[in-house]
Design a binder for this molecule. Structure first.
Ligand code: 5RP
Length: 293
């Protein structure tokens, strides 16, 4: 039993030091609840304000994508280098060790395959299941200008409402139909609509011209998708330009897992995102790590 005689009588209240009230580090996220901010701080590194999300949810509409045929072999070894894993609940439960410490961003929309009209999606995961899987955020596809634009926007707002009840942020993924022009004008429109309707952060594509106007006009953080596989140096240049023009990270899939050396590539991407490394320096790192095998 504790010896009560040794209890100190004097107490220190630091009356001359006001309690700190720190602003949350992420753009547009200061007014969010504690749980919501805490989850965002698991996705975005509080030291850099940025994230390297590894995206491998492609199978939810296109089946075993090249590089994702065996996620246990190709992706699980990459996980320690990512801040966040973006995936489906099927892959999480079947293939990802539950001891993983990376933040999980769960694909929560679906319902169509690449053989049909992709914008015809619905919410595909119950909020209870997202809570059960301890996700850091839920991701929903939004098809601005697409055939089922309204339905996809309502999927997003429903998910935001459900997530807000439990402190789970929503990532809006701007999906561009084949017939649409991928330019800054389109992405300003798409990202801003998602943010205005409550998305906590937004994934979009990088565009060569005026990308900084997309990040400037979006009041919450933007991460970029990698898109089709490029030569490694070009992918690093794209990531670098996006970061320097205001993106808060990447949500990259094919340019990592389809690389000749995925473990080297994800570390090179980390250099660009978290260390402001130039693409050339990061490419040197890629080649060194690749040579080391
Ligand atoms: C699928 C997605 C993917 O996660 C996204 O496209 C990122 O992967 P990649 O870098 O391969 O484009 O949202 O709809």
């Amino acid at each position: 039993m504790a010896d009560l005689d040794t209890l100190k009588e004097t107490k220190e209240y630091y009356l001359d030091i006001p309690q700190k009230s720190e602003a949350f580090f992420l753009k547009g996220s200061n007014a969010l609840d504690w749980g919501m901010q805490n989850r965002l701080a698991r996705i975005f590194n509080p030291k850099t304000g940025r994230t390297v999300m590894l995206a491998f949810d492609h199978g939810y509409f296109q089946g075993p994508t090249t590089g994702l045929e065996r996620i246990d072999i190709s992706i699980v070894p990459l996980a320690p280098y990512a801040d966040t894993l973006m995936l489906t609940r099927g892959i999480l439960r079947s293939t990802i060790p539950s001891s993983s410490i990376q933040a999980i961003v769960m694909r929560a929309s679906g319902g169509t395959s690449m053989l049909k009209e992709l914008s015809n999606e619905a919410i595909a995961v119950d909020i209870e299941d997202s809570i059960r899987m301890n996700v850091a955020a839920m991701a929903v596809q939004v098809f601005i200008g697409g055939e089922h634009e309204k339905q996809s926007i309502i999927n997003m707002t429903r998910l935001i409402d459900q997530g807000t009840r439990y402190g789970i942020p929503t990532l809006a993924v701007t999906a561009v139909g084949k017939e649409m022009v991928r330019d800054a004008r389109y992405f300003r429109l798409a990202t801003r609509i998602c943010a205005e309707l409550g998305a906590h952060y937004i994934k979009t594509y990088y565009v060569e011209t005026d990308f900084e106007t997309v990040t400037a006009s979006c009041p919450v953080p933007i991460v970029i998708a990698g898109g089709k596989k490029l030569p490694e140096l070009d992918a690093l240049k794209m990531a670098y330009n996006a970061i320097q023009q205001g993106a808060a990270g990447v949500d990259m899939g094919r340019n990592i897992f389809q690389s000749e050396a995925p473990v080297a590539m994800i570390q090179a991407v980390r250099g660009v995102v978290h260390e402001n490394e130039t693409p050339e320096k990061a490419f040197e790192l890629y080649n060194t790590l690749k040579a080391e095998g």
